[in-house]
Ligand binder design. Structure first.
Ligand SMILES: C[S@@+](CC[C@H](N)C(=O)[O-])C[C@H]1O[C@@H](n2cnc3c(N)ncnc32)[C@H](O)[C@@H]1O
Length: 316
């Protein structure tokens, strides 16, 4: 396709209207939230009716261009997602409302918003591609024991971690300025990597109509997927292109694509566990996983067909 692995500078509606029906594997959108955020050029304060009418148009375009096997993912605050769901329910199939926890100051008011939502719709429920994922066990910071009490079921513990649910508390917003680009709403790369591992295969194409700083494209490239990015602001497009020129498709352990953050695997696909398991030192008695965190063993060449090199992965 004309736009494969390109970042297009322009209006997403105009560009998406030039893309054929059923031609992209996954569409992901993180639009402006209409909360008066200070972007470089875009004015984030539309009248509510105008904002929602505009959202309905690009959502319908996303659905139209997504393949029958594909997924439509939209990130926003719950307030706007309630409207998005009402548009999407007519043109696609609801799969999940993922709650991405984003804790705020404990000194704030009661019921202060502390999560974002990601709507996950299938273009066609019967054909939809969706892989089960695992994330590492959560542990007490000091004792290192598992936070969850597995009671008498400890022998059945998965050594790496549980299946991912629809509440994501283990991925944090980017807090430090040194890890951010000059943009008010940059998402963490491993959030997008989780979504991409869940809904695509190697070589699939992910389109993001609001590319911002290029998080979706970077995640797609690291995971051996193709991307199509659209962004209105040429200054952000410059940032994206610079970042992409430094990325390689190497977020892998053996033959398995994985999401890495701070030199740890933070998401893997359940079907890849057999490939990944030999890279870890795992206690024979799985009950010990309750207090021993399994570690990657890159030196065990007998079990490691390819040495693991996490050094090139940027740490944010
Ligand atoms: C919430 S940000 C996306 C941030 C992105 N997910 C990231 O991680 O960097 C929304 C982006 O949409 C862009 N934008 C606003 N209106 C647009 C339009 N009509 N077409 C394309 N991009 C647009 C803004 O310039 C802004 O960078």
């Amino acid at each position: 396709m004309e736009y494969t692995n390109k970042i297009v500078t322009g209006d997403c509606l105009t560009v998406m209207r030039t893309i054929s029906d059923n031609s992209v594997d996954v569409t992901f959108a993180d639009p402006p939230f209409n909360l008066k955020k200070k972007y470089n050029g875009y004015i984030d304060s539309k009248d509510m009716e105008e904002y929602l009418h505009w959202c309905q148009q690009w959502i319908e375009e996303m659905v139209r261009i997504t393949k029958p096997t594909g997924s439509i993912l939209v990130h926003n605050i719950p307030r706007w997602l309630t409207y998005y769901a009402s548009f999407l329910n007519y043109v696609a199939n609801f799969r999940h409302w993922i709650s991405w926890s984003a804790p705020t100051s404990p000194m704030g008011k009661s019921l202060q918003p502390a999560h974002y939502g990601i709507l996950f719709y299938a273009k066609d429920m019967k054909q939809n591609k969706c892989y089960e994922l695992r994330s590492p066990h959560k542990r007490d910071r000091k004792s290192k024991y598992l936070s969850k009490d597995y009671g008498g079921k400890k022998a059945a513990l998965h050594p790496y971690g549980p299946l991912v649910t629809d509440v994501w508390t283990d991925i944090h917003r980017i807090k430090h300025n040194k890890y951010r680009d000059k943009h008010p709403c940059q998402l963490p790369i491993h959030l997008l990597e989780r979504l991409i591992l869940m809904t695509t295969d190697e070589g699939d194409t992910v389109l993001d109509p609001f590319m911002g700083t290029g998080t979706t494209a970077v995640a797609a490239k690291r995971l051996g997927r193709n991307y199509i990015g659209i962004e209105l602001d040429p200054m952000y497009v410059e940032i994206i292109k610079n970042k992409l020129s430094q990325e390689t498709s190497n977020s892998k352990l053996g033959d398995a694509w994985v999401s890495i953050f701070l030199k740890k695997i933070v998401t893997l696909r359940n079907i890849d566990w057999d490939i990944i398991e030999p890279y870890y030192i795992i206690p024979e008695d799985h009950k010990q996983v309750d207090f021993i965190e399994i570690k990657l063993n890159s030196s065990n060449s007998a079990h490691s067909p390819q040495p693991l090199d996490l050094s090139e992965t940027s740490l944010f």
